[in-house]
Design a protein. Structure first.
Length: 168
């Protein structure tokens, strides 16, 4: 009994821990890359599912890329001891265009246009290969450098269509 009372007294005397920070929600499409920028250097990053996310920290920036559909937690710790937690949801691509279906092949400096009725958002896998812009229902793809990439078209309901792009 006396040992139990001492244990309770020690717990009561211990300083209270700070409440865990609320998680920030972050939603990505499969193969989308997002760069998080902070006002101080990042000391370390930890992710609950390294097969779901690719994470790279450099200075005060963290690059996060969704590899496949799913959910994971990402914790970023700063040199001053502060942390921020992200609950990351990666939405899988709804449909991938095959080599012939919807695939776009163009040369560096060339542009291609196609209609995408109802498109609300466009995500580009690798920005250094092609530039994409939307005007109304028309999507314009411009070849910037040789390589392959894909563009994910997202409509207002969140449905996604992926088109392969090859720049030669």
């Amino acid at each position: 009994m006396r040992a139990a009372l001492i244990g309770v007294a020690l717990l009561a005397a211990a300083p209270a821990r700070a409440a865990a920070p609320a998680a920030v929600k972050l939603t990505l499409a499969e193969r989308q890359v997002v760069t998080l920028e902070f006002d101080r250097p990042v000391a370390r990053v930890a992710v609950t599912d390294p097969d779901l996310l690719d994470v790279r920290a450099r200075g005060s920036r963290v690059e996060v890329s969704g590899r496949r559909g799913g959910r994971a937690s990402l914790e970023i710790a700063f040199e001053d001891g502060a942390t921020v937690v992200y609950e990351v949801a990666v939405a899988p691509a709804a449909r991938r265009a095959g080599a012939g279906e919807g695939a776009i092949s163009l040369a560096v400096g060339e542009e291609r246009r196609f209609r995408a009725p109802g498109v609300a958002r466009v995500l580009v896998e690798e920005n250094g290969v092609a530039r994409v812009r939307v005007e109304g229902e028309t999507v314009t793809v411009s070849g910037i450098a040789p390589g392959t990439t894909s563009v994910v078209l997202v409509d207002a309901s969140g449905a996604r269509t992926t088109r392969a792009i090859a720049v030669r």
